[in-house]
Design a protein around this ligand. Structure first.
Ligand code: ISL
Length: 606
């Protein structure tokens, strides 16, 4: 957790204090994190799947961007049912990705460049192929039986009969969250795929085993963890049925399953478990770590508790409200973005964690469609400008920003043509379920094309050549390369002062050099405006104004206190206008499509 290293002190082994560093000296408050999804980043050994060699070969890209931390999605041995989020050995590297020696090499190489490495920690569940689960399922008397959630069939039902599952919970990947194990006649719980059984954190031995594993990684030089669905680990042990989820128009969901989340989102012992983990793993280590909890369904009030430094639980959380803003009853029912709704969510999180706690800031990750296609405009004439505008808005908020691989190039959604093009377990299960319920394949595919997680997982676009430079030209990558790589790629952007990449580089630099960016207070302006995203930041007499036209048409708005900003210093500008600028002398801001500006002035002395 938090240590005493400053942002400029990038030596990852620099001594840090305990969790309670002062607001200004906690290193990750001025840091930017870059997420690598290894199977899609760079294929070093020519098997069509990205790997550690590929990452090692591209560290210059990260250095050029100036990021401080690499968060690496899972590289552990795994059957790859959910691309590594189904782990069968917590203390190794899947041969698909390389070797433990290569991971050590990556740690050393990052540290030599002044960057830190954060690993994904997936401990809500293991793979069904993990030896713990093999033991657990072997017999009801096995000492590891209680490491997972086993239950007999629902009273009055034969094992395997329809409706015999112990609860009505639906898994996140469609279908019941329970699978029958024929050998013992009992069901095991899996909130995700059947190959991802949930660990029973009520059992202290489970917790001790996880803590020991985490310490082993820290001893190897790892600098922290991104904790997968960590707010699901404490479940109400009575496992009650969930409420039946109303479908469109209020009908009960046609599969008859329910939503069990009230029993596991921020469950009864979650704060206890995270505080215990902090004590057992991070405390008194004398160096600085970063812990970020992925927390679907977390509220601002809960997040304040999780991230209050005085409570020593986690440093920050990933909340999900803003990435659910365009969802209908499910994520597959895509709604157009209503900008005031997004602003209201962001403003609430900024205010809620202003005095205690800390925000993480993200538009994208491996579970989300590409942001330029989702919230921006990926048509050729607007793509770069909208990618930059979205980045400016996010990176000027208070919190720690996360850049997802390819986002810094303005990579867009993939033009998936048919079901054969998709790879994700979530998308494929959804397709089967939806067709089973009578939905039309073309409608199901249209939604998948817009929101499937595979959009975020197509290969990183390094250059305009075959396979976008991700894999050797003679190799077929595990998922299709976006044909737009001929124009959208890192090689074309790295030295171009007007590229999306250069814009991200500037944003990272602003965070490193302007304390008001990382630490300043946040005030949302024009909350109800459907077109312009505007806010101010303030720290020690320095004020920033951020104005972004979130649309592909011209904007003309009256900026609160706009006259005072007419002659302010322009720190950063991007967009479709030849020369985007701040408010005019009359206090109005006239911005071209996707224009975004950051202005600075000392505040008027009182
Ligand atoms: O991706 C989602 C919806 O499309 C989420 O429900 C997602 O499954 C949830 O945010 C949890 O995500 C994490 O855990 C999953 C894994 O599939 C995701 O890739 C991971 O980020 C199970 O480990």
């Amino acid at each position: 957790m938090a240590g005493g290293a400053s942002a400029t002190d990038s030596a990852p082994d620099s001594a840090g204090g305990a969790a309670e560093g002062s607001a200004a000296d906690v290193w990750w408050r001025t840091a930017v994190v870059y997420q690598v999804y290894p199977r899609s980043f760079a294929d070093g050994d020519g098997d069509g799947v990205g790997d550690l060699r590929g990452i090692l070969a591209h560290l210059d890209h990260l250095s050029a961007l100036g990021v401080d931390v690499l968060w690496l999605s899972p590289i552990y041995p795994s059957p790859q049912e959910d691309n590594g989020y189904d782990i069968s050995d917590y203390q190794g590297v899947d041969p698909l990705f390389g070797t433990l020696d290569e991971l050590d090499e990556l740690i050393a190489a990052l540290h030599a460049r002044g960057m830190r490495l954060v690993l994904d920690l997936v401990v809500n569940h293991t793979s069904a192929a993990h030896p713990w689960f093999a033991a657990s399922r072997s017999s009801v008397d096995d000492p590891r039986r209680d490491w997972y959630w086993w239950r007999p069939p629902r009273p009055g039902f034969e094992a395997g009969a329809p409706g015999a599952e112990p609860t009505n919970w639906r898994s996140f990947f469609s279908g019941p969250a329970w699978t029958l194990d024929e050998q013992t006649g009992e069901y095991y719980l899996h909130l995700f795929a059947a190959g991802q059984p949930d660990l029973n954190w009520e059992n202290p031995r489970v917790r001790e085993a996880v803590h020991a594993m985490m310490r082993w990684w820290l001893d190897r030089g790892v600098d922290g963890f991104r904790m997968d669905v960590i707010n699901f680990i404490s479940k109400d042990p009575t496992l009650p049925d969930g409420r039946a989820v109303p479908g469109p128009g209020g009908s009960i969901a046609p599969d008859g399953l329910g939503d069990g989340s009230a029993s596991f989102i921020c469950g009864p012992r979650i704060h206890e478990f995270l505080a215990e983990m902090h004590r057992a793993v991070f405390e008194r280590r004398g160096r600085a770590f970063l812990t970020v909890g992925e927390m679907p369904g977390v509220t601002v009030d809960e997040a304040r508790l999780f991230t209050d430094p005085g409570r020593c639980e986690v440093d920050m959380v990933f909340q999900f409200e803003h990435v659910g803003v365009d969802h209908g009853a499910t994520k597959w029912e895509v709604r157009p973005l209503h900008l005031p709704a997004l602003k209201a969510i962001m403003a609430r999180w900024q205010a809620g964690l202003a005095d205690a706690g800390w925000n993480s800031l993200y538009w994208s990750n491996h579970d989300q469609p590409r942001v330029v296609s989702r919230f921006g405009d990926d048509r050729t004439e607007y793509r770069a400008a909208s990618a930059k505008g979205l980045a400016t808005v996010l990176h000027l908020h208070r919190g720690t920003p996360y850049v997802y691989q390819g986002e810094e190039l303005g990579m867009a959604n993939h033009p998936f043509a048919s079901i054969e093009d998709f790879r994700d377990v979530e998308a494929l299960s959804h397709y089967r379920t939806a067709l089973g319920l009578g939905e039309h394949p073309s409608a199901v595919l249209a939604a998948m094309r817009a929101v499937s997680r595979d959009n975020g997982r197509t290969p990183m676009q390094w250059d305009a050549g075959p396979n976008a430079g991700f894999s050797r030209p003679d190799v077929r990558p595990w998922i299709g390369v976006n044909p737009d790589h001929v124009t959208v790629n890192a090689a074309a952007q790295r030295d171009d002062p007007s590229s999306v990449f250069t814009h991200y580089r500037r944003l990272v630099e602003l965070r490193h050099t302007q304390p008001v960016v990382s630490l300043g207070d946040f005030t949302m302006l024009l909350a109800d405006d459907v077109q312009v995203y505007a806010f101010t930041r303030e720290l020690d007499g320095v004020r920033l104004l951020v104005l972004a036209n979130w649309s592909s048409t011209d904007a003309d708005v009256e900026v609160p206190d706009g006259v005072a900003w007419a002659d302010a210093e322009l720190l950063l500008a991007s967009g479709t206008s030849t020369e985007p600028k701040g408010p005019d002398a009359d206090g109005r801001w006239r911005g071209g499509a996707w224009d975004a500006v950051v202005l600075r002035r000392p505040s008027v002395p009182a």
